[in-house]
Design a protein. Structure first.
Length: 542
């Protein structure tokens, strides 16, 4: 299976997951709005959700898959099964200990991650209660990530990519049918998280059983291969989680902001950010990691280089127009998806502001997802950690500085400063990762397709102009008031605008000579002009 086809499969199911996630957020926004109680749930959910992203999309997979592929390449079925059994036992032991400790010290955990609630005793107490309901999700989703890593390594990408849909369905069902069983009603969502962890694990196990790789957990901390995973996982635990740590820091500061609902505004805008990041950034990263690990292990340096170049080009081709489009359409997108029931016009406006700020960093977030596997596939964990620390410190400084600056200006929407800080620190991380890669023997020439990049930027700019004109024309023709329209009219108009943007972007790329065939797979025989131009640009920069 080629990389493009695998990416399409992962992207398709991730797309379905994100669509179901939008439905989930629409239901939550309509039933619960944006207030202190929704802030409390989102704080409680951020902690296990952070750990989910860390394990399912980050540290564990980045450490586990390269070692698994090494053993798999030996064609020793018994060694592979033994490794899987011992990793399963070790992973369960670690996550159960973490789960137990966090359950016991849940009040202290909330005091650290939401210190602004300490002077709101009722909100603080309910946040602790919701955290305790959601914490079992950690060991369950860790095993889901473990099963997904095995399936991905055997080129079975569909089921792991589709599994997150079950989380969204569980939360929707809990919000609709269990909200009257809890006080406050939003606590039903915390119970839904617990249900989701059980269901997600249950659907993975039959696939492993059919492959003959259903683990029988064994104590494995003394096993050399398990030790190798643990050694790799330590640094990757931090290096792969910088974006999520930054979002957690945003939440910590947001609990201090005077505007009630600040945590919720950031949550909803982050959910919209996660759509292109998850559908494309994480999909590309998931697919190229096993390929890069295999190429490095087999000494195919040229294939390794061109796989990364292909991934960077594909990421830019998608991330740049997505960022521009979501920034231009921030207000109609938020209104169309969320402004119903208890989610009012003010909440829409505040969410749209932070969404626009996040979009400034979307290309950087996607590129970081693409660049990090280039380090981890070569078992270089030190460099991402060093750069991660720098990025984290930069985000902390920018958080404080930008929030203080906007407060001095008298801006009410101080949460926008937190989104801006995340975007800027994301670009700093991209620059540092790229610079570090260019100083390694694995990447001997520029990764950026500069002629194509100029065309992508120009096409994205033309798309922005078309979208602005289309939005104005729609408003003039229909005397449009987004707030006054029923949901299907809003969504219909939004789909028309999105289709207009996609068509204008595609037409611009075609007119500028971008060849879609170069996206199908990494091409070792790239066009001479572009390769020569890239080499010349690289030498000039050096």
């Amino acid at each position: 299976m080629n990389l493009f086809k695998s990416t399409v499969i992962v992207s398709f199911f991730t797309f379905l997951s994100r669509i179901s996630g939008f439905v989930r957020d629409m239901v939550v926004a309509r039933l619960f709005g944006a207030n202190l109680w929704t802030d409390a749930f989102f704080v409680a959910f951020k902690i296990p959700n952070f750990l989910r992203r860390l394990f399912a999309e980050g540290s564990f997979s980045l450490a586990f898959i390269p070692v698994l592929n090494e053993i798999k390449a030996t064609d020793d079925r018994q060694a592979l099964k033994q490794f899987i059994d011992r990793i399963a036992g070790s992973l369960m032991a670690v996550t159960l200990i973490i789960f137990a400790l966090m359950e016991i010290f849940a009040p202290a955990v909330i005091a650290v991650f939401a210190p602004g609630y300490l002077d709101k005793p009722e909100v603080y107490r309910e946040t602790v209660s919701m955290l305790r309901l959601t914490l079992p999700y950690l060991p369950l989703i860790s095993l889901v990530a473990f099963a997904g890593g095995i399936l991905n390594s055997h080129q079975r990408f569909a089921l792991p990519a589709a599994t997150p849909i079950l989380l969204n369905l569980s939360l929707i069902a809990s919000a609709l049918w269990l909200k009257n069983q809890f006080d406050p009603p939003v606590k039903a969502l915390a119970f839904g998280v617990l249900i989701a962890g059980i269901v997600q694990l249950a659907v993975q196990l039959p696939a492993l059983w059919r492959m003959g790789l259903l683990p029988r957990p064994r104590w494995g901390f003394t096993d050399p291969q398990v030790k190798k995973v643990m050694r790799l996982m330590g640094p990757t635990l931090f290096g792969s989680s910088i974006a999520q740590v930054n979002l957690l820091l945003d939440t910590v500061i947001a609990t201090f902001l005077p505007l009630a609902g600040s945590v919720s505004f950031l949550y909803y805008s982050d959910r919209l950010l996660e759509f292109p990041l998850g559908v494309f950034g994480i999909a590309i990263s998931t697919v190229i990691l096993p390929a890069l690990s295999h190429q490095h292990a087999s000494g195919r340096a040229n294939h390794f280089l061109h796989t990364i170049r292909w991934a960077v080009k594909l990421a830019l081709l998608i991330a740049l127009p997505a960022a521009v489009g979501l920034a231009v359409l921030a207000r109609p997108v938020v209104i169309s998806l969320f402004e119903y029931g208890r989610f009012d016009a003010f909440s829409s406006h505040m969410t749209a502001l932070s969404l626009t700020a996040y979009m400034l960093g979307l290309p950087a977030f996607v590129l970081n997802k693409v660049l990090l596997p280039a380090f981890y596939s070569r078992k270089d964990t030190r460099t991402p950690v060093r750069i991660g620390v720098m990025s984290l410190l930069a985000n902390m400084v920018l958080n404080v500085a930008l929030t203080a600056f906007l407060w001095w200006l008298g801006v009410v929407a101080l949460h926008v400063a937190l989104a801006l800080a995340s975007a800027l620190s994301g670009w700093l991380q991209t620059a540092w990762l790229y610079r570090a890669l260019r100083h390694t023997a694995a990447v001997s020439e520029s990764l950026f397709p500069w002629p194509s990049l100029r065309r992508i930027v120009a096409a994205s700019g033309l798309m922005a102009v078309v979208l602005l004109l289309a939005t104005w024309a729609l408003s003039e023709a229909l005397d449009w008031d987004w707030h006054a329209q029923v949901w299907y009219a809003r969504l219909g108009a939004l789909l028309v605008l999105i289709a207009t943007g996609v068509l204008s972007y595609g037409a611009s790329l075609w007119a500028m000579g971008i060849d879609p065939h170069t996206l199908i797979r990494p091409n070792l025989a790239e066009s001479a002009p572009e390769k020569a131009t890239d080499a010349a640009t690289s030498s000039q920069k050096t």
